[in-house]
Design a binder for this molecule. Structure first.
Ligand SMILES: Nc1ncnc2c1ncn2[C@@H]1O[C@H](COP(=O)(O)OP(=O)(O)OP(=O)(O)O)[C@@H](O)[C@H]1O
Ligand SMILES: [Mg+2]
Length: 253
């Protein structure tokens, strides 16, 4: 298996705090990798560095064989990396359809501001419509396409975020705590969905605190603690790792 994403001695400091400290790991094509660790371990900071919202202090990021270190978010998105946010970023006053089409617009290689201008040529517009509809169908949101996003349930808004990321037709999907705030049934449905996406060939990096879900769906798990990588292995191996148990999972897991 070849690496789609390579993270090489990635560090991000905040005024002396080593939020991410020389972290190296890879994500192979088609793999579903969990990125776990206690609160403040540096998981979201790793995502922000990959997605271009934060510049790394040190280290290298490679995607699909090319260096992407320090690239702007639009450039990273256009290369095929999509992400969801730990805190919902749904636009409440526009429709579900329009929320998702923002993702597809990113794919079409225009900025969000540019996309709001009525100058899109027809082919590109159709492409956006197609990937938006596909993403809505997949997430059971097609019936709500015309609903204002603010009127969706919390669980539906979480799905909407993933649908928007998928409308980008990414090669790599970064999910930051997709199960947070979901009830048991919603989490179960989400786990199936994430696994289906992986089985369909999508490469996924999943940050999640729901350990049963992580252990069940991931091919491999990378563990951070205080900015440092402390384990990288198969779920069973990580679950049994003494350092991981001490740092995070607790003895009753
Ligand atoms: N923009 C920032 N400025 C200063 N400190 C930051 C910033 N972003 C993150 N940090 C700090 O970096 C550390 C890592 O934060 P990060 O959000 O990456 O953790 P996390 O693993 O995602 O945690 P959680 O599970 O709570 O989401 C924390 O100590 C956090 O306070
Ligand atoms: Mg986080």
């Amino acid at each position: 298996m070849s690496s789609l994403l390579e993270i090489d001695r990635l560090s991000r400091h905040f005024h002396g705090l080593r939020a991410v400290d020389e972290v190296s790991f890879g994500v192979n094509r088609g793999e579903l990798v969990g990125l776990i660790g206690p609160n403040g371990a540096g998981k979201t900071t790793v995502f922000n560095c990959i997605a271009g919202t934060l510049a790394p202090t040190l280290g290298e990021l490679r995607f699909d064989g090319a260096r992407i270190t320090g690239f702007a978010p639009e450039r990273v998105a256009a290369l095929g990396i999509a992400r969801t946010f730990q805190n919902l970023r749904v636009f409440p006053d526009i429709t579900v359809y329009d929320n998702v089409s923002v993702g597809a617009i990113g794919r079409a290689g225009v900025s969000f501001a540019g996309a709001l201008l009525p100058f899109l040529e027809r082919g590109r517009t159709r492409r956006i419509a197609d990937s938006t509809s596909t993403a809505l169908e997949r997430f059971g949101l097609a019936a709500h396409a015309g609903t204002l996003a603010g009127n969706l349930s919390y669980g539906q808004k979480k799905l909407l975020e993933i649908a928007r990321a998928l409308a980008l037709e990414p090669k790599l999907l970064l999910l930051d705590e997709p199960a947070a705030g979901l009830n048991g049934n919603e989490t179960e449905a989400l786990a199936v969905l994430v696994r289906d996406l992986r089985d369909a060939g999508l490469t996924i990096l999943l940050v999640e605190h729901d350990m049963p879900m992580v252990m069940r769906v991931c091919d491999r798990i990378v563990v951070l603690d205080s900015g440092r990588l402390i384990a990288d292995g198969a779920p069973a191996q990580v679950r049994a790792d003494a350092a991981v148990r001490a740092a995070y999972l607790g003895d009753d897991s």
